[in-house]
Design a protein around this ligand. Sequence first.
Ligand SMILES: [Zn+2]
Length: 741
Amino acid sequence: MYLIFKSDNYLKFILISLVGSISLGCQKTGQSIVDSKNLLPAPQKVEMTSSIFEPDKTEKIYIFSVAGQETHSIAEMLEDQFEKLYGKGLSVESITSKDEISRQGVVLGISGENDSFTELTSQLPSPLNDSDESYILNVSEGLVIISGASDRGLFYGVQTLIQLLEDAKWKDATIAGMRVEDWPDLELRWVHYNYFFHLDRFEYIKESIKKLAKYKINGIVFEFEDTFAYRSYPFVVSPNSFTPEQIRELTQFAHQYYVDIVPLVQGFGHAGYLLKHEELKHLREDPEIYQSFCPLKEETYDFIFDLFEETINATPGVKFFHIGADEVRHMGKCDLCKEKKKEVGDLGLYLTWLDRVNVFMESKGRTVVFWDDMPMKHAGLWQVIRNDADTTFEETWNSGISKLDKIITRFPEDGVFMRWNYQLGREKGNVNILDWYAKNNFKAMAATAVIGDWPLIPKYNWMPANIKSFVSLAAEKGILGELCTAWGDDSGNHFEVYWVGFLAASEYAWSGASPTTLDEYWEKYVYRFFGPDTNGLIEAFHILSERVDFWDSSLMKKGNKRRIGYEHITLPNLDSLPEAGSWVKHYKALFDSARVEKARCIEATAILKKQIGVVKDNAYNLEVFVTMGELMESYTDLVLSIERIAVYCDKNLSLMKDGEEPVKEEYSEMTDRVEEAWNDYLSTYERLKKVWEIARYPKGGEGYMLNDQTHYMAGRTTDLSYLILAEQELDLVGHVRKLSR
Ligand SMILES: [Zn+2]
C-alpha cells in the first residue's frame, strides 16, 4: 500500500471554493480519525491528505441528471447505509452542474459520463480503464467524490466508503482525507455454496450475498444438488428446495450487488444425488454404484441437458456455468464404454462427455467452468501437481504434458480450467500447469478451500494459509480468478464458519496490498467482521478449532464420526479387565485429555459469550460458535462419565474375583452420572439445533430418499442428528444398564 502523507492544499482549495457556502463545523476535541488500514480488501493505492471528513455532518448524495438506473440504485444503497449507521436520511439530489453542490455530501458518478462531473474530477486521476471494477475515491473536507470506471466500479467505491463510514461510526471518529485509486488483481472473485445435505434459508442467503458484496466478492458457485426444484424430473428434488422462480429472484437480487449466481450441476461423477433413484439406474456407468453417469448413452445427455437448461433459465444474465466433472470414479465399466475405452482410453471417454456438454453450453451462450483433475489424472500428471518432491518429476511431467499437448484442441477453447489445490498451491507441478494453461491461451481459476471434509470448525492452523498462498499466486500469474470452496457440508457444517476464509479469498484476490502475515489478516478480519472493541476472539476461534479432533475421534478405535466405517472403543465392562489391568489405567490418557479439553472449551466459550455483547456486527456468528463450543464441552462430560464406569468396573471386577457381591449403591451413582451426562449432551444438541436452524432448513423431510451409498454421516440423517449419531450408537446409558446384571 502506498501511504503518502502530504498536505493537499490545491485540491482543498478547489473543493472549498466549490462548496464555499457550507459550514464545515469544528472537529470535536480528542475525536479520533480513521484511515484506510482496516479496509478489507485492502485498496491498491492510498494517498493520505491532511483534511478531515465528518460523516455526521453529511446531508446530501449528489448524482448527475444523466445518471442511469444503476447509479440511482447505488445512491439508494449508500443512503440506506447512512441511515443504518447514523440514523439519519440523506437526500439523493440529481444535479446538472457541479455548481449545484452546496451542502456537505457525497458525489457519485461514472468517469466520462458527464462534462460537469469530468470538470469536478479534473484534478483526480481517472479510474484504471482496463477494469470496469476500478474506481477513484476522494475524501476531502466537506466532500467525498467517487468516480467509477463503470457502475460496477462505482459500486465498489461506495463499498469502500461504507467501510470507512462504519469505522468512523464505531469509533466516534472522523475520516481522514485520502485519495484511493483502486482496482482488482483478479477479475473473478468467487466463493462456493454447497447444498449436499442441507439448505440455507432464502432470506439468510440474501443477507449473505449482501455481505459478500461488501467485501467485493463477485460470484457464487451455487451447488444445488437436489435443492433446485427441477420441473422436468420432480422425483429427484428434495422436499426442501428452491423453485426456479426463487432462484431467478435470487439471481436478480445478487445482480443488484454485482454478484453472479453461477450454477454448478454435476452430471458425470459425484452424481449420487441423482443416480440413487431407481428411475435413473439405466444411466449409471456401473448399475450398482450411484457415483457416475455413462458418457456414451444418449439418454444421459437427454437427462442432464434438461437439468442444465432449467438452471440456466433460472439464472439469466450469468455468463458462466460450472459443470463439475471431477473425480469421476467409475469410467469404462459398462459394455459400451469398455469397448470404446480400448480405442480412446479413459481420457477419451472424459473428452467425449466434455465436448458434448461444451457444445450444449455454447448453444445456450454459457461458458463452461470445469474441475481440471480428470484430464490431469488421466494424463498421469496428478502426482506431480500435488507433490514437487517426486524424484521422477521431470520425466513424469514431460510424459504427461505431451499427452495433453496431443489433445489440446479437444478442450473447450473458451472454457475455464478450475485448478483446485487445497495445499499451498506453490508446488512445482501446480505452478507448471498454470503456466501451461497460460502458454496455450486457456483461462484458469485457482480454487482453494476454507474447509474440506472436516467437522464443525476449519483447521485454523493451516487455513487461511492455503488461501493466501494460492490466491496470491493466481494474482501473480494474472489468471482469470479464484474460487474459495467450502466443502463443509460433507460434514454438515454451519455456513457461518466459512466467513474467515471467504474474506481471506477476497483480501488476497483484490490486491497485493493485503496483509503480509496471517496474524495481521486475522486481526483485520476480526476488526472488520465484528467491530473494533472485541477482546480474545482470535484466541477463542483457535482454541475451539483445536478441540474438534477430540470430539471427532477420541471415542473411536478406528475412523472418525464423520465417515462410515468407524469403530467405537470398547467400553469398560464386567467381562474382564483390559491388558492394562484396570479400565481406569487403560483409558487414563483419554480421561486426562477430556479434562484438558473441557477446560479449554469452557475458556473459549466464555470469551465468545462475553463478546456477543461487544460486537458491532455478526453476533449470530458468535452464537453459532458458542453452540459448537458447548457441544464439544458437553462431549467431554460424556467421556468423563466413562471414567466413572471404569472406576465401577475396576472395583467390581476385583470384588467378584474375591467372590464378593457387587457394590449396589455405587451402581446407581454411576448410572445417574452417565444419564445426566447424556441428557446434558442431548439438551446441548437441542440448543445447537435451535440456533443453527435460524439459518438453515432441516434437509429432507417427509419422503426424502437418503443416498445409502454416501460415506458421509451428514448424508445419512435428514436432520442435524448426524452430529450426535456416533454417541447415540455408543449408547452409554444402555451400556450401564447392562452392567446391573
Ligand atoms: Zn458407459
